[in-house]
Write a protein that binds this ligand. Structure first.
Ligand code: 5AD
Ligand code: FES
Length: 349
C-alpha cells in the first residue's frame, strides 16, 4: 500500500464517497496490507454503531419453482434436473413458529418467482405471521413484482424486501440473464420498493462471469447513491447444471475486501456474511464478520427440502446436522468475539 493508495482509503473513510475511477483503483491496486487496514476500519465503524452484536434472520426457502432463467442460478427454469418443491402456507407458518421459538425476530420468506405465490397468498401469510408474532419483522425476497404487488404486501405488514441488483452495469446484466429479463425493470423494482417504504436490500455476486473491476466500481457507486438498508454480497459459485458450470468461482478475499468497502461507504448498512461465503471457506462467515459484516441468515427451511434450494454447488447447512444452525452460529460468532442478537435488528441510521 503506497501513500497514494492510503490517501484513497482515508478519503473513503472520511467522505464515504469516491469517483468511479477511484473505486476501480481501490479494487485493482489492493494488497494484503490494504485489505487488513480497511477490514480494521470497517469493523471499528460497525462496532461503533452495533457493538459486538450480530443480527440473525431466519430464512425460509418457500419454493424453488422459478419462471426466470438467470444463467448462474441452479433453480433457473431450464434446469430440468432440479427437483422442484413448494412449501404449503401451513408449512411456512410452521417454520415461522419454529423460528420464533428459536428466538428469531426477523423471518425472511425467500423463493423463486413462483406463480403460486400470488399477492393474496403472500399477504395472507404476512398477516398470519404478524398476528401470531407482532414483534417479528417480515422480510420478503420473492423477486421482481409489480408496484401494486409490492404495495399490497407492504400494506399487509411486510417490513423489508431483498432484491439483489446483481450488477449495476446494463451490458454485464445482459450477459448474466436471458433476453426477457431487464436491467431497467430490476432497478425500477428497487426504486418502487424504497418509495413504498420498505427497508430495502440490494446486492451482487463477487466474481460473476464477465465481471470486471469497472463493473464492481459501478456496483459501489450504486450502493453509495441508493443507500440500501441491507446489502447482500457473496461469491459466485458455479452450479453444475447451468451454462456457467465451468466458470471460476469468486474469492473469499475479494468478497471480504468489498464487504469492508461497502461498510465504509455506508456505515449503518446491514451487511450479511452470506451462506455462499461460508460455502467456499469453512471460516468464510467469520472472515466476513471480521471484515465488517453484521448479519447472519441461518436456514429455517424444513431439512428435507434444503438440498433442493440449490442455487450453487456444495451449499452448506443442507444436511441433517444443520437442523439447528442457531447453536452452531452462536459458537462461531462467540469464537471471534461477537454475540448473536435476538432482536429485530433494524438499521440504525
Ligand atoms: N452463486 C452465488 N450466488 C448465487 N445466487 C444465485 N445463483 C448463485 C450462484 N451460482 C445469488 C443471486 C441471487 C441470490 C438469491 O443468490 O445473487 O440474487
Ligand atoms: Fe448451519 Fe453451522 S450455521 S450448520
Amino acid at each position: 500500500m503506497d501513500n497514494q493508495y492510503k490517501e484513497l482509503c482515508e478519503k473513503l473513510i472520511k467522505t464515504h464517497s469516491l469517483s468511479l475511477g477511484e473505486y476501480e483503483t481501490l479494487i485493482g491496486q489492493r494488497d494484503e496490507e490494504a485489505a487488513k487496514f480497511l477490514a480494521g476500519e470497517a469493523s471499528r465503524v460497525s462496532r461503533s454503531i452495533y457493538g459486538n452484536q450480530i443480527f440473525v434472520r431466519g430464512l425460509i426457502e418457500i419454493s424453488n419453482i422459478c419462471k426466470n432463467d438467470c444463467l448462474y442460478c441452479g433453480i433457473r427454469r431450464s434446469n430440468r434436473n432440479c427437483e422442484r418443491y413448494r412449501l404449503s402456507p401451513e408449512e411456512i407458518l410452521e417454520c415461522a413458529d419454529v423460528g420464533y421459538q428459536l428466538g428469531y425476530r426477523t423471518i425472511v420468506m425467500q423463493g423463486g418467482e413462483d406463480g403460486f405465490f400470488t399477492d393474496e397468498v403472500v399477504c395472507g401469510l404476512i398477516k398470519k405471521i404478524k398476528e401470531a408474532h407482532p414483534d417479528v419483522a417480515v422480510t420478503l425476497s420473492l423477486g421482481e413484482r409489480s408496484r401494486e404487488s409490492y404495495q399490497a404486501m407492504f400494506d399487509a405488514g411486510a417490513d423489508r424486501y431483498l432484491l439483489r441488483h446483481e450488477t449495476a452495469d446494463e451490458e454485464h446484466y445482459k450477459k448474466l440473464h436471458p433476453d426477457f429479463m431487464s436491467f431497467q425493470n430490476r432497478m425500477e423494482c428497487l426504486k418502487n420498493l424504497k418509495e413504498i417504504g420498505y427497508q430495502v436490500g440490494c446486492g451482487f455476486m463477487v466474481g460473476s462471469p464477465y465481471q470486471t473491476n469497472a463493473h464492481l466500481a459501478k456496483d459501489l457507486k450504486f450502493i453509495e447513491e441508493f443507500k440500501p438498508d441491507m446489502c447482500g454480497i457473496g461469491p459466485f459459485i458455479p452450479h453444475h447444471d447451468t451454462p456457467f458450470k465451468d466458470e471460476p468461482q469468486g474469492t473469499v478475499e475479494l468478497t471480504c475486501f468489498l464487504l469492508s468497502v461497502i461498510r465504509l461507504i455506508y456505515p449503518p448498512v446491514l451487511l450479511p456474511a452470506t451462506t455462499a461465503l461460508g460455502t467456499i471457506d469453512p471460516m468464510g462467515r467469520e472472515k466476513g464478520v471480521l471484515s465488517g459484516a453484521n448479519v447472519i441468515m441461518p436456514n429455517l427451511s424444513p431439512v428435507d427440502v434444503r438440498k433442493q434450494y440449490e442455487l450453487y454447488d456444495n451449499k452448506i447447512c443442507t444436511g441433517e446436522e444443520s437442523a439447528e444452525c442457531r447453536g452452531c452460529l452462536e459458537n462461531r460468532m462467540r469464537s471471534i468475539g461477537y454475540e448473536i442478537s435476538l432482536t429485530r435488528g433494524d438499521i440504525q441510521k
